[in-house]
Design a protein around this ligand. Sequence first.
Ligand code: PLP
Length: 219
Amino acid sequence: MPIKDNLNKIKSELPEGVTLVAVSKTKPKEDILEAYEAGQRIFGENKVQEMVQKWEDLPKDIEWHMIGHVQRNKVKYMAEFVSLIHGVDSPRLLKEINKQAKKHDRVIPCLLQIHIAEEDTKFGLDEKELYELISSDDFKAMENIKIVGLMGMATFTDDKNQVRKEFAQLKSMFDDLKSKLDDITILSMGMSGDYKIAIEEGSNMVRIGSSIFGARNYS
Ligand SMILES: *Cc1c(COP(=O)(O)O)cnc(C)c1O
């Protein structure tokens, strides 16, 4: 199906209050424009340089979300324009985002990535690290970042109960965080293969790529 039909179908199925991030990583500008013409304004990328190139070339009312693992030395390239960074998984990274945001006189909204999957290949903080981070003096002194929620990726498995359990765990951390920090509103969980379960478990931001743009070709 054409991109716009995929997009409209998914949008029509999302409950009110769930934000769609169209994950356009590896996809050409033409594909992004097709989704843009169909009304989509939020796009997710996982490589800083690729996102910068697309930001330069595409309409300026697009909101760019960084959904991938971020290396600290790349933060400076996106600090001017990035709308939301989903994958913040260390105090050092957060500190660098704060520093680069300050140079642009911005406050950059960030999500803390939590490790919920069984696989140890996926990035993220555990619960203890999360609470250590938000209670640190360093964190309290950062004026150019704002933590607005949590992000997580479930284990890549056909076991739906496992996936559901992991999302439920993240939702309960999200609810708890709300009682500890102001401005906690976004729970980013769910991709093409598991977004329906994620929404049932309380997600309000889904990151969907292949179901909109088709399978990716990594060459
Ligand atoms: C690629 C990616 C997605 C989208 O994956 P699809 O299965 O194509 O929907 C979502 N989140 C993250 C962090 C990704 O890297």
